[in-house]
Design a protein. Structure first.
Length: 269
């Protein structure tokens, strides 16, 4: 068996604007206690708290149809690190989706974190330890983030569920390749029957997409680090029947030396 993409949802929401200044807590005592899963009213320096990763979790989970059984494995990845340090959002997400999963968060890997999480889920499945997994990719703009043109930093999130049932969306490969190897790597993925779709992150060079037998979808830059995954959530219903192979490809924003890929194959492949 292998993991198969079952459901995918996304959210893009403006962050709550922080006021220019706010008096800090007198002694900091109230900063130490916040219920698990809740977002504090302010950061340690007295600034208003960002909208919060838990809010994104709620918006995402509310879109997923309820099932009798929750996931066996739950992973949460941060496009940019959680900076408040007040809450364990992975545990909160676990609680919202059944509470029985082995859950943890991955951070500090930039755009590569969701791809690392997919490797972990694949390894768990291959050893027979799971039959259903969940991956959340979250990003909240920090209070000092440079604001986009519309003046409101965007929060974004994607929630993907996988199981081992038959059907389209089988996870074939998770890989990281150098920029000089990417064009040749994608060319090898072009199927003999059917077409290849390459979903590129905002910073990727469209010239790497094969000229024959392949189509390009350039993901939006509205969400930092969530672009290719949000595109998958928004278009998968159409892509699963139109393409034999779908590849998500994202390149680190700080460096163009490494690209990360997830390869999904249709049931017929």
């Amino acid at each position: 068996m292998t993991l198969r993409l079952r459901t995918a949802v996304s959210v893009l929401e403006p962050s709550a604007p922080a006021p220019a200044s706010r008096p800090a807590a007198s002694d900091g005592g109230d900063d130490a206690v916040v219920a698990v899963g809740e977002t504090p009213g302010h950061e340690p320096d007295g600034q208003a708290a960002t909208a919060g990763h838990t809010r994104l979790v709620d918006l995402l989970v509310d879109q997923v149809p309820e099932t009798a059984e929750g996931p066996d494995l739950l992973q949460l990845t941060y496009a940019r690190p959680e900076t408040s340090g007040f809450k364990t959002v992975a545990s909160y997400l676990n609680m919202r989706t059944g509470g029985d999963a082995h859950s943890f968060a991955l951070c500090g890997q930039g755009f590569g974190a969701p791809f690392s999480a997919m490797r972990v889920a694949d390894a768990y499945e291959r050893t027979g330890r799971i039959s259903k997994s969940l991956l959340a990719i979250l990003d909240c703009a920090p209070p000092d983030a440079e604001e986009p043109v519309d003046g409101t930093p965007a929060d974004s999130g994607v929630l993907l569920t996988f199981d081992t049932s038959p059907g389209p969306g089988a996870v074939s490969t998770i890989a990281s390749v150098g920029s000089s190897e990417l064009r040749a790597y994608l060319a090898e993925l072009t199927p003999v029957d059917g077409r290849l779709l390459v979903v590129l992150g905002p910073g990727c060079d469209p010239g790497v997409v094969p000229a024959q037998g392949a189509d390009l979808h350039h993901a939006s830059s509205d969400g930092y680090g969530t672009g290719v995954w949000a595109a998958l959530a928004q278009h998968w219903t159409r892509w699963e029947s139109a393409y034999a192979v779908v590849v998500l490809c994202d390149t680190e924003s700080r460096s163009s030396d490494t690209s990360h890929l997830l390869v999904l194959r249709a049931a017929a492949e």
